[in-house]
Design a protein around this ligand. Structure first.
Ligand code: PLP
Length: 455
């Protein structure tokens, strides 16, 4: 089929009317216009097919082209397209119950539309809970450098990537950041364990130095994802949980990327036996098919939000959060993940991807390879001894060569986190064995060509 006239017309309109995230208006190359998806593969307007090794923006966990998801949303749109959750509706009730089951503990769920909003709700809940719990001074929120928690004012304040904030500051007050457990770049002479414990101590020091009675909550992902796949040791997270409990600080776990099977367990924090006070989630909740996010809160916290005067309840309103069609679709999405065993599949595929890619550790450009379930990060360096990060041109060149061979991969934070030299892989959990073979073979071919200087 000849797409050419439509393509140039659309690109012209795109240039004139559509503002893209993270792209300058006069970007050198036009955006890809994606028209279809099936399984792990997307097709652009020219008919080119790509394996989407990033699941869109880390979200299409169940893969593209799921008719069942569209049908679940369609049926609910016909029955009841909208009602606010100041009252209730059936898919909202069922999804809240299902999420509590997935969390393997008793949680109460507040719905929003995006990961950022789920985190904003968590921050407000943490602050209000502390006030209504007899700790009115606890308002500060602690997070880690290199972590991303969203683009809205509070979520961006919690984000530890300075480059994303420049030009938008001052943001919200009361946010502070501590050192992330980036073991690869730990100080010389320190073991990984010593470094992990140092990072945990850094958190405790910050809480003490800020005065614990002023700190409401700590927010962290189980593994820093967008900031470069930084995998902590078990004892780091054990210490974090213990520090939070000892200082009366709530622990908010951001599962926006790590949740819904990505880690090889239902939620990322299950791998570490954490018992968070609040869990935020989005992306994989609907596999990206419709916007929906959730803030799950322990029942004991929720029960502080009674009718204490006029202001005791959670005074946060959200028009679209928990849209019935999005909830119905999310329920179907969780059903598919369970029925097809995609959580276990993520673990198996992740182990295979990691094992096959690890042979690249011998490559002069590969400094470190880190994985968490079906998530992989490959840190590129110009010099293995000094760990000098690979240049932006090298990193971009490798991503471009993968794309020209039909493989889409990402990089940490897209120019904003750490040294921007970590390539990221986050394919749909429904990927086939052949898909994983394609990812490994294509990537290795590109890396080998780097040695020979072939594009
Ligand atoms: N938290 C994490 C860990 C994320 O990666 C993101 C987005 O990438 C967010 C929060 C914000 O989610 P959203 O873009 O849906 O607002």
């Amino acid at each position: 089929m000849d797409f050419t006239p439509e393509r140039s017309d659309l690109l012209d309109k795109d240039r004139r009317h559509l503002w893209h995230s993270m792209l300058p208006y006069n970007a050198a190359s036009p955006p890809m216009i994606v028209t279809e998806g099936a399984g792990s593969w997307i097709t652009d307007i020219d008919g080119n097919r790509y394996l989407d090794g990033m699941s869109g923006l880390w979200c299409v966990n169940a893969g593209y082209g799921r008719k069942e998801l569209a049908e679940a949303a369609y049926a609910q749109l016909l029955a009841l397209p909208y009602y606010p959750l100041s009252q209730s509706h059936v898919p909202g009730i069922r999804l809240a119950e299902k999420l509590s089951e997935w969390l393997e503990d008793e949680y109460v769920v507040f719905f929003s539309n995006s990961g950022s909003e789920a985190n904003e709700a968590a921050f407000k809940i943490a602050r209000q809970y502390q006030q209504q719990h007899g700790e009115p001074g606890r308002h500060k929120l602690v997070s880690r450098y290199r972590a991303y928690h969203g683009g809205s004012a509070g979520a961006l304040s919690a984000t530890g990537q300075a480059q994303r904030k420049l030009k938008y500051e001052p943001l919200g007050g009361g946010f502070l950041h501590v050192r992330p457990p980036d073991s690869y770049r730990r100080p010389d002479g320190m073991t990984e364990e010593q470094f992990n414990l140092l990072c945990a101590q850094d958190l405790e020091d910050a809480i003490i130095w800020e005065a614990a009675e002023s700190v409401a909550a700590v927010i962290m992902e189980p593994v820093i994802t967008g900031g470069g796949i930084l995998v902590p040791q078990q004892r780091y997270l054990d210490r974090v949980q213990e520090i939070c409990a000892r200082h009366g600080v709530l622990l908010i776990i951001d599962e926006v990327i790590c949740g819904f099977g990505r880690s090889g367990r239902k939620f990322g924090h299950h791998n570490f036996g954490l018992k968070p006070d609040i869990v935020t989630m989005a992306k994989g909740l609907t596999s990206g098919y419709l916007p929906l996010s959730a803030t799950a809160v322990r029942r004991s916290i929720y029960e502080r939000f009674g009718s204490q005067g006029d202001y005791g309840h959670f005074r946060h309103v959200n028009t679209f959060g928990g849209n019935p069609a999005a909830c119905a679709l999310a329920l179907k999405n969780l059903e598919i993940i369970e029925r097809e065993g995609l959580v276990e599949r993520a673990r198996i595929l992740g182990e295979r991807l990691h094992a096959e890619m690890r042979t690249l550790l011998a490559h002069p450009l590969v400094g470190d390879i880190r994985s968490f379930g079906f998530l992989l990060g490959i840190e590129l360096v110009a010099d293995k001894a000094t760990k000098q990060p690979a240049s932006a041109e090298t990193v971009k060149g490798i991503i471009g060569q993968c794309k020209s061979r039909g493989l889409i991969i990402g990089r940490n934070g897209d120019t904003v986190a750490g040294f921007n030299n970590v390539l990221t892989f986050c394919p749909p959990l429904s990927s086939t064995d052949e898909d994983v073979t394609f990812i490994c073979e294509t990537f290795k071919e590109v890396m080998n060509n780097q040695l020979e200087g072939t594009p």
